[in-house]
Design a protein around this ligand. Sequence first.
Ligand SMILES: [Zn+2]
Length: 402
Amino acid sequence: MAGRKDEPGEALDAGTMAAAPPQAGDGDSCDETCWFRSSDDVRQGFIRGIEKFPVRPVTYNQIEGMAIFEGDIALGTEAEMNDVVASVQGETADTVRGLAIAASPGEIVHGVGIPGLRYRWPNGLIPYTVVQPLQNVVNQAIAHFAANTRIRFVLRTAANQAQYPNYVSFEQQSGCWSYVGMQGNGKQVISLGAGCETLGIAVHEICHALGLWHEQSREDRDTNVQIVWANIQAGREHNFNQHIVDGDDIGGYDFGSIMHYGRRAFSKNNQDTITPNGGQAIGQRNGLSAGDIAAIRAMYPQLEPTQSWRGTQFSGNLAGNQTQTWFTHSWPSHWFVVWTAVPTAPVVDGPAQIELTVRMSRQADRANARLVKYHLTVRNLTASPVSFQARYEVLGWHPSYL
Ligand SMILES: [Zn+2]
């Protein structure tokens, strides 16, 4: 892990200053020098992980009431942070206690938690609302995810809001930012403020909401790119010095990731702050790279089609001309299932002996789990008793099978 270059004492001195406005680079058109924001209000806090670490210290900026990490990742509001610091300090795990002791006396310690990180969006489905000015760009981003991933979006309305308690609200607040992962406490904002209303930025921020961090935050960052500290704006170095990845790095280092900083992120002189070792292009905001798509697939493995499997659900007997219905419950509705009923005794040549009709119904008490019942009606077409088997074949699954 790279050493931390931030200076807690220096950060403290600036701790109560008002947020600085975003700094654009020398009148350039908007690029990474204005997508990513920082301020002089630098604070220390904690961030929770699930898969790789329990809690880690982080340095972040307080900007207009929001804790912003690495330029565009929202860690929470000031009030939320105060709640989390209380819970972190109340914990007795050795790692947490060790961090609390390590904090310098007088240092402002803000708890930074992402308690919902363990909760990916159920079924890869993101309920959302959007303000009118962002409708077009959000629709483009949704289409981009639909074409490249199994992630789907559903507009949250008065009619379905009870079904979708957690959702993304696309709004035009100050700057471009998003939380990482589903927060699990109702609405979570993705801000696409002035200069952020592009497909690339929208996709980047949605990737954060899906659970992705920045590509250059990987553990193997320093073997792939060099950070040019001399070109970084004073006091903004903390945006480069932390390796926060929850879960293992996925695939090889991806220079073409839409989640990678550009060369001049937080530059003070319009010169590179990041130079790729091999001279590769970095910081593209055109769309998901192959590596990004692989990372999303790895985070939502339940959306992947699987091998098919099959079996016998039950055996039954029907009297002559009898019709009877059986039902099976707790089948995931996103499974693609084919049902058959075949006579087992007697088996005779000639016209069909039995007939199967399948009806589905939702399990009302488990609506959010998307479980269904299959009602299998088997009719004996003959005047004699027939034994049969009801068999299923699951051909795969897909999140769009509702
Ligand atoms: Zn970002």
